[in-house]
Design a protein around this ligand. Structure first.
Ligand SMILES: CC(C)(COP(=O)(O)OP(=O)(O)OC[C@H]1O[C@@H](n2cnc3c(N)ncnc32)[C@H](O)[C@@H]1OP(=O)(O)O)[C@@H](O)C(=O)NCCC(=O)NCCS
Length: 217
């Protein structure tokens, strides 16, 4: 099994870590969740799992043979967080690409390195997920969508077919996206929103029907 450390802490990192443990308990042989990389919380363990170091320790942890997943993102600050991750220069072949065994992934789906597909998520045919994109619990992505790198597809969201979604986009919990739309880089769709129109770069949209709320930083 490949030993995996998750960049982050309580929240997205811990829920993904626990899904990895659950996958192993169900017989999945690919990855073993071993703890966190975290220099924010100044602690030695999170929920009983060790913090193996901070971002400055990545070269050592690479030498020790670990694989990595990234969850360090922020709606206001996506570009900076993605640049921070890129500056770590973790090779693509040392990013874990994790699919929980209860997820449904159709034929002709491409998952970039470092992608996560959580329990009960559904990804239809001809979908491409860019590097480090996370599809959270119970999210649905319909067919023929292209989703950019570092995008977050939150739990319970429902994305229609033929979408062009940029890099570092945040589709929030229980949001719904009409088919054939384009969502620009670093944009956000708020919780429970129903998106009927294209969204530009860095725009934050909310409501039903969704309207532009503000620009993200
Ligand atoms: C989009 C989002 C970032 C906006 O947060 P924000 O910029 O802090 O906005 P505020 O909470 O200050 O709200 C600003 C206005 O937008 C409205 N608004 C915020 N979220 C909304 C939503 N989901 N739907 C409709 N209106 C919303 C507020 O009512 C408020 O309106 P008002 O000015 O008339 O009072 C936030 O609502 C969101 O969806 N976060 C993501 C949650 C998520 O998916 N988490 C994943 C968990 S793992």
């Amino acid at each position: 099994m490949k030993n995996v450390l998750i960049l982050g802490g309580q929240g997205n990192a811990s829920v993904i870590g626990h899904a990895m443990l659950d996958a192993a308990q169900r017989g999945s042989q690919e990855y073993q969740f071993c703890g966190y990389v975290n220099d924010r919380d100044h602690c030695e363990e999170i929920e009983g799992h060790p913090v193996k170091g901070g971002l400055q320790d990545i070269p050592r942890l690479l030498e020790e043979g670990y694989y990595f997943l990234n969850t360090i993102y922020k709606i206001d600050g996506q570009r900076e967080r993605i640049a921070l991750f890129d500056s770590l220069t973790i090779p693509d072949d040392r990013l874990a690409t994790f699919v929980h065994p209860t997820a449904y992934i159709a034929a002709h789906v491409e998952l970039g390195p470092g992608c996560v597909v959580m329990p009960h998520a559904i990804i239809s045919t001809n979908v491409k997920l860019g590097k480090c994109t996370r599809v959270m619990i119970g999210a649905i992505i319909s067919h023929n969508c292209t989703i950019g790198a570092h995008t977050f597809v939150a739990a319970g969201s429902c994305s229609g077919s033929n979408l062009q979604v940029g890099e570092g986009v945040h589709i929030s919990m229980n949001a719904t996206v009409r088919e054939f739309l384009t969502i620009g880089n670093y944009a956000t769709l708020a919780m429970g929103s129903v998106l009927l129109k294209d969204v530009g770069e860095l725009e934050v949209w909310a409501g039903n029907p969704a309207k532009m709320l503000r620009h993200a930083q």
